[in-house]
Write a protein that binds this ligand. Sequence first.
Ligand code: CTP
Ligand code: MG
Length: 398
Amino acid sequence: MMKLKKLPNIFQDAMPVLKILEQAGYEAYFVGGSVRDVLLGRQIHDVDIATSAYPEEVKEQFAKTIDTGIKHGTVTVLYNGNSYEITTFRTESGYQDFRRPDHVTFVQNLDEDLKRRDFTINALAMNTDGQILDLFDGLSDLKKKVIRAVGDPEKRFHEDALRMMRAVRFMSQLKFDLEENTQKAIEDHHQLLKKISVERIRDEFVKMGLGSNAREAFQVFLDTKLSEDVPDFAGKSELLSVFPQLQFSPALETSLWSIIIILLKIQNDKIGTFMRDWKNSNAMTNEVEQIVSFFDVLSDHVPGDYELFEIGKKNLLNTIDVAHILGQPVDSEALVDRYLALPIKDTSELAVDGRFLIENGIRPGPKLGQLLEEIKQEVVAGNLENSEAAIGEFLESK
Ligand SMILES: Nc1ccn([C@@H]2O[C@H](COP(=O)(O)OP(=O)(O)OP(=O)(O)O)[C@@H](O)[C@H]2O)c(=O)n1
Ligand SMILES: [Mg+2]
């Protein structure tokens, strides 16, 4: 049996929680992503615990707990400033809608619990001695770098269709291949994804798109036809097939969405609809709209100073990133240098405001707004010094 000697701090900190449960006569193990990630030497963000104790029994053992998902057997335990999700061993039965189990059945042993998990590499458990329990050859799949469903892949995907997106997401994040039968089951059942909420699909899609093996995973996302059952991608596989051919893959979520929109040739006035279909936030939508339209500017001409001013530093850099990924030649250094040399970078840096104009005899009204805009443009262009004196003189000349 494989045993880990030196455990990362996050496990060491959680160890007393397992031991408290053991001392009370229950079984307790680390399970899921944290066990997989420690074996891969990857950063661990949280540890999940599985136990034979019922939720009420878990609560008896700890002073501070939160009823996170009592119905599903999950209690959050606050211990020494950390929080842990502790879930009672369970199976899931009666998957009416391919989404969430109709009801959970608690089971007495770990084996039953591990059996209902999605992939062999996610069905490993670790005990308080650092020993790895490996019922489904997850260790060998970790070594071979394959994503393989636990048992019958069709059953696993009928239990939760999101797992098909998780498969390509893990391919991308871990640089793993997809085992043949697992891939075949996705090809046969990709339509089940239609039952899954867009938010959950989006989260997996973004993780796939930003993973280190995004292009290979995206190819499988297209090959298996998963792409036919997500918002606005149906019938677009030819346009999307450029993604796996890109020189680089995106590292920012705004870049990912911008690239997808550019590949799909979505017009500027349709970006909002597309982003809403994917349940993206308004903030994300705004940024992506700006990046895509500035990408059009960059593809069309060398932007003027005022265009650089309007796009702002963050979106300028993000658009350069998008152009770089799409292989669109841009002189990024020159653009950034020109941006940094602008007399002002934001309207708030203008030496005057509306009140100054009124004090200098301009009447409030639309003309005032136009004048202020003109002043801003002249200052940005370097034709007018950004000082009250110079702007005052400019006003007199009007
Ligand atoms: N649809 C799902 C979601 C989760 N799991 C199981 O629950 C564990 C924890 O789920 P989650 O945190 O969503 O995934 P992780 O594998 O931990 O990956 P991440 O690092 O992204 O958290 C998984 O490892 C897997 O054993 C599953 O079987 N089926
Ligand atoms: Mg996890």
